[in-house]
Write a protein that binds this ligand. Structure first.
Ligand SMILES: [Mg+2]
Length: 344
């Protein structure tokens, strides 16, 4: 088990509730909290979640929020949390933030995604061309019927970056595929097949990625949950704060607390809270963290099987923090214990 970031916890600051005893016994001090399905759903705050986060922060726990939504910048998400009465802790990390770590300064990038994602890539130094602009230029010039013009327009890109694109058209898919066929790297913010909105599930970025992958026979490099770029962004956010608050040589500080990758959790010891096993559960696995599944989002009931460990299941974040787990703690059962009662 990785050393917690706060190796010397002040007993006087420890609450007496059942939940705190549980999390203390797990050695958890770092919380990665999903937004959609944990803090809110369909634009409505999930009751109890804001106060649960406040309780964690009051106890001195580290909290960072992460989301695969690439269409809204982290600072706006942080403002939304504040308006819900939540201090955003280490802040909000989006899949656009993670994608921006995959491009390099002065690289030409063809974007099929939101304006926000384009801004993030430009902030990282990339030279971004929205595919909508390229399509409009070809439409205006009548170049669609000239293969030389289409191939020329889509040549020389170092990367194609795909995010959620609500206005996606066949022509946009055609152009990004052409760029990939000519050697551009295929990057995607995430591969979530759906996302909850307006009381239903809508097609997610993964649906667009699947179309491009099918047409190019090229698998994407994926930035968001549950992949390594998002995990690294989380480690940097949490370990960076530990450096700043503890400082080298401070009591209880040892080098591994400030060295990402020093252990499976990068010197961190925590839990990922989310509503999807396939993204949040796998992110926990990538970080070397525990995974707590909440049933307040897209997963409505305890799954009968999962291919990554699920260490706890609760109705929602408030129940989880309070230690009210469905079926009790599954952590002792180990990952995927066949036939274990309640194992998922
Ligand atoms: Mg979610």
């Amino acid at each position: 088990m990785a050393a917690p970031l706060r190796p010397t916890r002040d007993p006087g600051a420890v609450g007496s509730g059942r939940g705190w005893l549980l999390w203390e016994s797990w050695g958890v001090s770092d919380w990665v909290v999903d937004l959609d399905g944990v803090m809110w759903r369909g634009g409505q705050d999930i009751p109890g979640s804001p106060s649960a986060v406040s309780e964690l922060l009051d106890r001195g726990e580290h909290v960072v929020f992460c989301t695969n939504n690439s269409t809204v910048p982290g600072h706006r998400r942080e403002a939304e949390l504040r308006s819900a009465g939540v201090t955003p802790g280490f802040g909000v990390i989006t899949s656009a933030d993670a994608a921006a770590t995959l491009v390099e300064r002065d690289q030409r990038v063809l974007l099929l995604g939101s304006a926000q994602l384009g801004d993030q890539l430009r902030a990282a130094g990339a030279v971004v061309t929205p595919v909508t602009e390229l399509a409009d230029q070809l439409g205006a010039s009548g170049g669609w019927d000239d293969p030389t013009e289409v191939l020329g327009a889509t040549s020389g890109f170092a990367a194609v970056v795909l995010g959620l694109a609500r206005g996606v058209r066949y022509e946009h898919l055609d152009l990004v595929c052409s760029a990939i066929h000519q050697g551009a790297r295929f990057l995607a913010t995430n591969t979530d097949a759906t996302f909850p909105a307006s009381g239903r599930l809508q097609p997610g970025t993964g649906a667009i990625v699947a179309a491009v992958e099918a047409a190019t026979s090229t698998p994407p490099t994926v930035a968001g949950k549950p992949n390594a770029p998002m995990a690294e962004a989380i480690r940097r956010a949490m370990v960076g704060d530990a450096r700043a608050s503890a400082g080298v040589g401070a009591p209880g500080f040892t080098p591994e607390h400030g060295t990402a990758g020093a252990s499976a959790g990068g010197g961190l010891c925590g839990v990922v809270v989310g509503d999807r096993v396939d993204t949040d559960g796998r992110l926990a696995h990538e970080l070397g963290f525990e995974f707590a599944l909440v049933l307040s989002g897209v997963t409505g009931e305890v799954p009968s099987a999962a291919d990554v460990p699920v260490h706890a299941v609760a109705t929602d974040l408030a129940s989880l923090v309070a230690g009210d787990l469905l079926g009790g703690s599954l952590r002792a059962l180990g990952p995927g214990t066949p036939g274990a009662p309640g194992a998922v």
